[in-house]
Design a protein around this ligand. Structure first.
Ligand SMILES: [Zn+2]
Length: 308
């Protein structure tokens, strides 16, 4: 089971537990009142009598009348003690699934939302909360570029639709600052998290410091630092190439990551040109990110969006 699902289950379990504790505490408070307790005990006795006599078809009208009277007295006493009848009813954050997370054999929307919230919390800072490619507001782009952006988003939408069976395991988006590279990837990230996939978003500075942390860590601590990079379903490396190069660290660990993530998807954006990226990371890394079969490279130049 994924970490996000475990977190969601524990939130639901906590909700159920807290509600039980609240109702139990209220009953305890009522039972500490002598008058309430006496009425409560009488009601229990009368109910038992009614059920045993009722099954023998005896006339129980007197008992029933007293029972109704006791119920009314209980409600009155509760009112005097400041407790409403409704307060003793179990209240659910999600009445649809009664905080179990499941309805009609499927996952309730509340469980999905909790999983998403947990994934989102561990993802990193995205540019937008938008998760639907259908709702992209193209009016924010210059009219001369709209077709290019539609193409870019249609490619991202296709990855989202096929994920994790998408063929291109590496998606590289090149282009200058401000052409919307990261915005599109952020929508993809949100879209996938809404479906329960885990996403880790790092800008290149964060990536670099994580690599350095790993490099300097004690052997026993290394696995824990490395795991999120390898285990996430989608890894986003934003603004690749903007980070300073640390010898024996940056290109080396980037190569390791790509090497270990052959079955899972990695997206990156870069303000550098593909050639500049090759110069920065060397042929080993570049051949992985520009692999003809396994990677899709887009060059987004505002007006001149080109796709390889
Ligand atoms: Zn629910």
């Amino acid at each position: 089971m994924s970490k996000a699902k475990k977190t969601a289950y524990s939130v639901l379990a906590e909700r159920r537990f807290n509600e039980r504790v609240r109702v139990d505490a209220l009953y305890d408070q009522l039972l500490r009142d002598e008058e309430y307790r006496a009425l409560h005990c009488e009601r229990v006795d009368l109910r038992a009598k009614m059920s045993s006599l009722g099954s023998q078809s005896e006339n129980i009208s007197d008992i029933r009348a007293r029972y109704d009277e006791v119920v009314a007295l209980i409600e009155k006493r509760m009112g005097e003690l400041g407790v409403n009848k409704e307060d003793l009813e179990t209240k659910y954050v999600c009445p649809i699934c009664k905080d179990t997370g499941y309805v009609n054999g499927g996952e309730c929307s509340c469980l999905k939302q909790l999983i998403y919230a947990s994934l989102r919390e561990n993802c990193g800072s995205l540019l937008t909360d938008e998760s639907s490619f259908e709702e992209v507001d193209y009016s924010r782009f210059p009219s001369s570029h709209i077709d290019n952006y539609k193409l870019y988003y249609s490619i991202l939408a296709k990855i989202a639709e096929k994920f994790p069976q998408n063929n291109s395991k590496i998606l590289g988006v090149f282009g200058p600052v401000g052409v919307g590279k990261t915005y599109g990837i952020s929508i993809l990230a949100n879209n996938l998290m809404k479906k329960g996939f885990s996403v880790l978003y790092l800008n290149s500075a964060e990536m670099n410091s994580l690599f350095l942390k790993y490099h300097l860590a004690k052997e026993a601590e290394k696995a824990e630092i490395w795991a999120p990079l390898v285990e996430c379903d989608l890894l986003v490396l934003d603004d690749l190439g903007a980070e300073p190069t640390i010898t024996n660290v940056t290109a080396n660990y980037l190569n390791c990551i790509l090497n270990e993530r052959t079955e899972s998807t990695t997206c990156f954006t870069s303000n550098l040109s593909p050639d500049q990226l090759r110069d920065k990371y060397g042929d080993r890394v570049f051949s992985r990110i520009s692999h003809k079969k396994r990677s899709a490279i887009m060059v987004l130049k505002g007006k001149d969006l080109r796709l390889n």
